[in-house]
Design a protein around this ligand. Structure first.
Ligand SMILES: [Zn+2]
Ligand SMILES: [Zn+2]
Length: 262
């Protein structure tokens, strides 16, 4: 069984729990160590039994609890070399034997799980997306990207569960209160994925294997869960793909979208 749970999602902090058998991974640790441990307890998991922590990129909403988690639970931490360089100081002291290198386009095996990485277009040092596979099931975890490249579309084909960013509604962002340089950054090719782009990408990757869609990393100011959900579902309804999948929206501050894929 492949178990996936969004512990928290959005610019206020990201962490995803994904596990198979005794292998229990934390993808990103962008909230305090205490909040991550509490979220794990709330879903019946245990921070002390985590196997490893993997970082998608160096932004603080993905890394601010990583140092504490590594030290408190003796976790090996996997990140690409540029991510280590960019985030290293903020992570504080982590024992050298716990600091592991992640390729930005490759595969590592951690116990019962295989983790594949792919580069994503985002304004960080060396951001990656993940495909995590157990013996039978696979989940793609792709947030923090300005657009979906043909390569990413191709990689997202053979998975059972797609966790994809639906950051903002373009109209809400343009009409909202953010200063123009920030709007430009978010809308840019290395910014964040809009509801519309997420919906369009999903129409290109949902196939007979895809069963679950989780919309993640929603903006608090420039999106709302119902709007992200409606935008995506409306699009998938038109293409006849909606009846194939469940669509859920990850919650910002509490565990959500707890999936167990048999
Ligand atoms: Zn982020
Ligand atoms: Zn980011």
């Amino acid at each position: 069984m492949l178990e996936i749970c969004m512990l928290a999602s959005g610019s206020s902090g990201n962490a995803i729990y994904i596990a198979a058998g005794e292998t229990k991974l934390l993808i990103d640790a962008g909230l305090s160590g205490r909040r991550i441990a509490n979220a794990l307890t709330a879903i019946g998991a245990d921070a002390a039994s985590l196997s490893a922590l993997l970082l998608s990129h160096d932004h603080v909403d993905h890394t601010c609890g990583a140092g504490v988690m590594a030290r408190r639970y003796g976790l090996p931490v996997y990140a690409t070399a540029p991510t280590w360089q960019a985030a290293g100081k903020a992570l504080g002291n982590i024992a050298p034997e716990q600091c592991r290198l992640l390729p930005n386009c490759g595969t590592i095996t951690l116990g019962a799980l295989t983790v594949e990485t792919m580069p994503v277009p985002h304004d960080a040092a060396d951001p990656v997306g993940f495909i995590v596979r157990s013996a039978k099931r696979a989940a793609a975890l792709v947030t923090d990207l300005g657009h979906v490249t043909p390569y990413i579309l191709q990689r997202l084909q053979a998975v059972d569960c797609l966790v994809l960013e639906a950051n903002h509604d373009e109209e809400m962002l343009l009409q909202g209160s953010y200063p123009w340089p920030l709007k430009k950054r978010i809308l840019g090719a290395k910014g964040h994925l809009s509801n519309e782009l997420a919906a369009e990408s999903l129409t290109k990757v949902i196939n007979a294997q895809t069963k679950h869609v989780v919309l993640a990393h929603l903006s608090e100011e420039n999106n709302c869960p119902q709007l992200a959900y409606d935008t995506v579902c409306c699009r998938l309804e038109r293409t006849g793909q909606l009846n194939q999948v469940t669509v859920q929206v990850a919650k910002r501050h509490q565990p959500s979208c707890h999936l167990r894929l048999a």
